[in-house]
Design a protein around this ligand. Structure first.
Ligand code: SF4
Length: 242
């Protein structure tokens, strides 16, 4: 007998329960600790690129504890920033990018980065994932499952043309294994999700599937035998599991 169609409304609360014991994704954890301006979220995402959350989270905290605002980061030298974010991957290049972001935010925006995707994407080193995460966390009231999953009745859908889906390797892998989308790359998965995911889950999908992908639907031998969504999951591409 075939699997039942994947019901995202039913699955996400189960995923939220399953990931509750695990650390939150770094940017959601930072927001919960009070580092939630658009500038801080954007810089934290730059620090996190190709760097594990366990490493990038304390590095971002160290940077913001030294210099919490764009104006304060802007007067640091790249060497001083590098010393704070090292050993993040590409720490030397990121230090220059962060200093340049801070200078522009301080000089052109009065220190207050607007909630505008085009502005965020205009910075060197900022891709669509970081822009969507920063906007989703800093610019909406629905800061993700960390604060409680927004269910169907909790919030109205945002404007449909302004999607804020941030797809990393975990969101890409899990949603494709589910059979919810079928796409070869994270970028294509983002496009596919925009066509099927209710907009109210744009932010939550990242908050939930990063820890779910790290601890349950792992890259190698996912924990299917105890997975709360194994009934609807199509297990696409899964050849061995626990
Ligand atoms: S059943 Fe397996 S492949 Fe599907 S979501 Fe769960 S852990 Fe991942």
């Amino acid at each position: 007998m075939g699997k039942i169609p994947f019901d995202i409304e039913a699955a996400l609360p189960l995923v939220a329960d399953a990931v509750r014991p695990y650390p939150k994704a770094a940017m959601f954890e930072l927001a919960e600790r009070g580092y939630r301006t658009v500038f801080q979220q954007l810089v934290a995402c730059v620090v996190s690129i190709r760097t594990r959350d366990e490493e990038s989270l304390p590095l971002s905290v160290r940077l913001f504890d030294r210099a919490p605002t764009a104006a304060e980061v802007a007067v640091l030298t790249p060497e001083q920033i590098a010393a704070l974010i090292r050993p993040a991957t590409f720490w030397d290049r990121k230090a220059v990018q962060i200093r340049d972001i801070a200078r522009r935010v301080a000089d052109d925006f009065g220190g207050d980065l607007p909630c505008d995707e085009a502005t965020l994407r205009s910075f060197s080193g900022v891709g669509v994932k970081c822009a969507n995460l920063a906007l989703g966390i800093a610019c909406t009231q629905r800061g993700g499952a960390a604060a409680g999953l927004g269910g169907p009745d909790d919030a109205a859908d945002p404007e449909p043309e302004r999607r804020l889906i941030a797809v990393d390797v975990h969101v890409h892998r899990v949603t494709n294994r589910w059979g919810y989308v079928s796409a070869p790359t994270p970028e294509k998965t983002m496009e596919a999700l925009a066509g099927v995911l209710p907009p109210r889950y744009d932010v939550e999908i990242n908050a939930l599937l990063v820890p779910f992908g790290k601890h349950i639907c792992t890259g190698v031998r996912p924990k299917c035998s105890t997975c709360p969504v194994r009934d609807p999951c199509q297990q696409v591409g899964v050849t061995s599991h626990r």
